[in-house]
Design a protein around this ligand. Structure first.
Ligand code: UD2
Ligand code: MN
Length: 383
């Protein structure tokens, strides 16, 4: 054994210290490089994930508009409109509305448009304002016109609503129907035919007025006549014309979702221009409530046509609950009159229509046509 001097010991410690210091520096450098690589990788992955979320988001929306979101619409209260909201905010349908006209002719609209959602939950308890409904429907053009931007509709449809003092019902109608009609790819214009004055109401005559006035606007070849208080509960009940006159409102809540009788034609119906002219339009002489719908049904069958109807599961409707209006009392002559359609229909109809047009006003979501249609003839004196 031999002894090591103190000078040598100090030297060895110094060298050891330097080596350790170098190792530490290298480790630190490695850590720094590692940290930098981690940061680069982290930001890269994060941006990819963010992109992925965005893509997933748009895919979900497309699905909604592709009609795979039934439950969503069934179980959410305001959802007929959410439908509209979803559809209008989803990236796919919105830009198509703004597309510049393409040089290629548009394809025909599909028989069953892919954006339909089926059953809808309809309720009338939420507060409805015209401002809200207008905001929901930016694609409807002045006077209540809409044309599908991406396909050619087979029919040009005038929707006609007989009207007096039902402003609140009209807001719900606009709120629910415009988005439905848009999903159905209907090329349409909406006409509210307002009876001025306080004489007895005459629904069928107002419908005749609607037919004539709408034709002054455009070459409509299909006419849908709807009460202002009726909302379809299924958007597969498509608002255009068919080979035979159509009765849409076949299963209403107020009748326990059943047809009240086989010849019932009230609520919502649709006739092509040809079918309408074949029956000489509707009767002008039914003043007050009831009977005019049965007369129209008689006209259809007497002229060799049949009524076509949707499936009972699809033709469901909700009617906004209401009292009988003033000046629309049940017409006591209705039972006699409907026995006589065969004799009256050629004289009384679109061929004999007369009224005074007072004004036509275009609103963002509909055209209001206000008319004076006269009053019932004096009742024959019973001596
Ligand atoms: C039923 C029929 C309706 C018609 C009527 C008899 C249903 C759902 N509908 O309706 O198609 O055959 O009987 O005439 O069964 N209106 C006004 N202001 C008035 C009165 C009537 O705007 O003061 C309009 C409005 O569009 C209304 C429609 O006329 O929805 C029918 O009148 P109603 O709702 O009072 O009659 P209702 O529900 O018994
Ligand atoms: Mn009603």
């Amino acid at each position: 054994m031999h002894q090591v001097g103190p000078g040598r010991q100090a030297m060895t410690r110094l060298m050891l210290g330097r080596t350790l210091e170098r190792i530490c520096k290298a480790v630190l450098l490695l850590c720094l490089i590692h940290f930098l690589i981690m940061m680069i990788l982290y930001f890269d992955v994060y941006s990819q994930r963010f992109d992925l979320f965005r893509r997933n988001g748009s895919r979900t929306n497309t699905n909604v508009s592709a009609g795979t979101a039934h439950h969503y619409f069934l179980y959410n209260v305001t959802r007929a409109n959410a439908t509209a909201a979803c559809l209008t905010t989803s990236p796919s349908p919105q830009p198509e509305d703004q597309q510049t006209p393409s040089p290629k002719p548009l394809p025909p609209c599909p028989e069953s448009p892919p954006g339909l959602v089926g059953r809808l939950l309809i309720e009338f308890s939420s507060l409805m304002t015209m401002e809200r409904v207008q905001k929901e429907n930016p694609n409807v053009t002045n006077g209540g016109r809409y044309t599908p931007p991406d396909c050619r509709a087979r029919w040009k449809v005038a929707i006609i609503i007989p009207f007096r003092h039902r402003e609140n019902h009209l807001k719900y109608w606009l709120h629910y129907l415009h988005p439905i009609l848009r999903r159905q790819k209907i090329d349409y214009g909406l006409y509210i035919i307002n009876q001025l004055g306080e004489e007895t109401f005459n629904r069928a005559k107002l419908l005749n007025v609607g037919y004539s006035e709408a034709l002054k606007d455009s070459e409509y070849d299909c006419f849908i006549f709807s009460d202002v208080d009726l909302i379809p509960m299924d958007d597969r009940n498509i608002y255009h014309c068919y080979d035979q006159p159509r009765h849409f409102a076949i299963a209403m809540d107020k009748f326990g979702f059943r047809l009240p009788y086989a010849g019932y034609f009230g609520g919502v119906s649709g006739l092509s221009k040809k079918q309408f002219l074949k029956i000489n339009g509707f009767p002008n002489e039914y003043w007050g409530w009831g009977g005019e719908d049965d007369d129209i049904y008689n006209r259809i069958t007497l002229n060799g046509m049949k009524v076509s109807r949707p499936d009972v599961r699809i033709g469901r409707y909700r009617m906004i609950k209401h009292e009988r209006d003033k000046h629309n009392e049940p017409n006591p002559q209705r039972f006699n009159k409907i026995q006589n359609t065969k004799n009256t229909m050629r004289k009384d109809g679109i061929s004999s229509l007369s009224y005074r047009l007072v004004h036509v006003r275009r609103f963002p979501l509909y055209t209001n046509i206000s008319v004076e249609i006269g009053k019932p003839p004096p009742r024959p004196f019973k001596g």
